[in-house]
Design a protein around this ligand. Structure first.
Ligand SMILES: Nc1nc2c(c(=O)[nH]1)N[C@H]1C(S)=C(S)[C@@H](COP(=O)(O)O)O[C@H]1N2
Ligand SMILES: [Mo]
Length: 217
């Protein structure tokens, strides 16, 4: 039996699903750097696929919402130690997006670009896992603004900071490069089952901690 915060009860959950150092909750905390973007004209929204591709592609909102959608159920593991199991997402499989472009063979890494210059990096193979998606719904409802409306990335096998909210660009790169939190000491890969929370040496400076708690609602 595992105690679940939010539900305030013990539940019969396979402990193997819970990475080390994580606490289960049924709440859905909101964490990000900066402000929640506000959209008053979706005609101005687009998603740009660029970098090491034969031809750059831009997908508008109307076109995106007409792509084939699927349901994905997976677990969230946040580096700040909460986990939330069995999230039902609706969205577009990464394979559907990849049909729009032709990658150059040198492409091995991906940078996800969000509104306001926020970014996060991951290997191409992890981006392309069958479980990775571009979500537009959570729990059957359209994403709320604070959880990433209109489109957020979901990469369930890595810590949740790799799941960029307010996604606007997918950049294909030859070499790995640190995104926003990675430049501030978070791990380059972020496997929750290996507890890859921070880069080596993170936390040695008092300044490091100012970023962990900078999480306005
Ligand atoms: N654009 C953007 N996406 C982001 C972040 C951010 O600051 N900006 N924070 C990440 C972090 S650290 C976490 S834990 C999750 C939180 O998602 P949630 O607010 O939906 O729980 O979003 C991730 N995606
Ligand atoms: Mo986070």
């Amino acid at each position: 039996m595992v105690y679940v915060h939010g539900a305030n009860e013990e539940r019969d959950i396979d402990p193997a699903r819970i990475p080390p150092g994580q606490i289960l909750t049924t709440n859905f905390p909101v964490l990000h750097h900066g402000d929640v973007p506000y959209y008053n004209n979706m005609a101005l929204w687009n998603l740009r696929l660029f970098g090491l591709v034969e031809e750059e592609v831009t997908i508008g909102y109307g076109e995106f919402m007409k792509l084939p959608m699927r349901e994905f159920t997976n677990d969230i593991h946040c580096v700040t130690t909460w986990s939330r199991l069995d999230n039902v997402w609706g969205g577009v499989a990464v394979s559907t997006i990849m049909e729009k472009i032709r990658l150059k063979p040198e492409a091995k890494h991906v940078m996800l670009h969000a509104e306001q210059g926020w970014s996060t990096n991951l290997p191409l193979d992890d981006f392309m896992r069958e479980t990775s998606l571009l979500a537009v719904r959570h729990g059957g409802e359209l994403l709320t603004p604070k959880h990433g409306y209109p489109v957020r990335m979901v990469v369930p096998h890595l810590y949740f900071w790799k799941s960029a909210k307010w996604l606007r660009g997918i950049e294909f790169m030859a070499e790995d490069k640190p995104g926003f939190w990675e430049q501030h000491g978070y791990h380059m890969y972020g496997d929750p089952f290996q507890e890859e929370r921070f880069a080596e040496g993170y936390g040695d400076d008092e300044e490091d901690y100012s970023f962990i708690f900078n999480t306005p609602d």
